[in-house]
Write a protein that binds this ligand. Sequence first.
Ligand code: F6R
Length: 260
Amino acid sequence: MEIVILPSAAEVGRVAASVVAEVVVRKPEAVLGLATGSSPLAIYEELARRADAGELDFSRVRGFALDEYVGLDYGHPESYHAVIDRTVTRPLGLAPALVAVPDGFAADLAAACAAYEAAIDAAGGIDVQILGIGGNGHIGFNEPTSSLASRTRIKTLTPKTREDNARFFDSPEAVPTHCVTQGLGTILRARRLVLVAQGENKAEAIAAAVEGPLSASCPASVLQLHEHATVIIDEAAASRLRNADYYRYTWANKPAWQRY
Ligand code: F6R
C-alpha cells in the first residue's frame, strides 16, 4: 500500500482528485467506483472544478456507487441515489444513464445484487474505486466480520454506523437498518483503489487498516491484498500510525514524475 500523509483535508481532496483525473485523461470512458459520505466530497468538488475549467471531460465516464440503503425512498435527500446525483453526476457532468447505484427496493434483492455485479463486469470492471472508511473500519457498508471475498449483497448496519450516519437524518431512528453494498471481493477487483480519510475520529481505523493484521474485524485491512491501493489521509487521521515518518519520507522522496 502507498500511504500519503498530507497537511490538510483540502490537500487530501486535491491529491486524490489527481489520481482519478489521471485515469480519466488516459481513458475517457473510464469506470469509476463512487463512495458517498463526507470523506470524498472534496475529491468531487475538485473534479467538478477541473471539469468546469475544461481540463476534464466526464461525458463518457461510467460510475458505480458502492452502496445504498434498503427501503429509503430515492426522493429522500440522503438516499445514495440522491446523494450521487447531487454530489457527483451533476457537478462532474456524467451522463445519468451511465451512473448506477445499487437497488434498495427490488422485490428480489439478491437477484438485484447479482445483476449489479454483472453490470460492473459488463462495463469492463472498475478502473478506480474511491473509498472512505468508517470509524469501525468498514469500507462500502462492509461491516466488521464481512467476508473478505464477499460480493454485492444485503448487510445489516451496525449500531455504530447508524449512530455515525444519524447526522444526515432527522433522528437516529430514521437511519435505515439495512443496506445493499458492494462486497470486499467486489472492491478488490477494481484495478486501482484510493481511500481517503480526514480527522482524528478515523485515526484508529486507519491504523488498523494499514498496520494491523489482515482481518475481517477491520474490513479496510483487505486493502493490504490489493496490488495498487493508495491511502491518502490528513495528519489527524495519521496520528495513530507507528510508521508515519516512513510514509512521509517515502512520499517526499517519490520521483516528481510519479507524483499525482
Ligand atoms: C459510503 C461508504 C462508507 C463511507 C464511510 C465513511 O458510500 O462507502 O464506507 O465511506 O462510512 O463515511 P464518512 O466519509 O461520511 O465519514
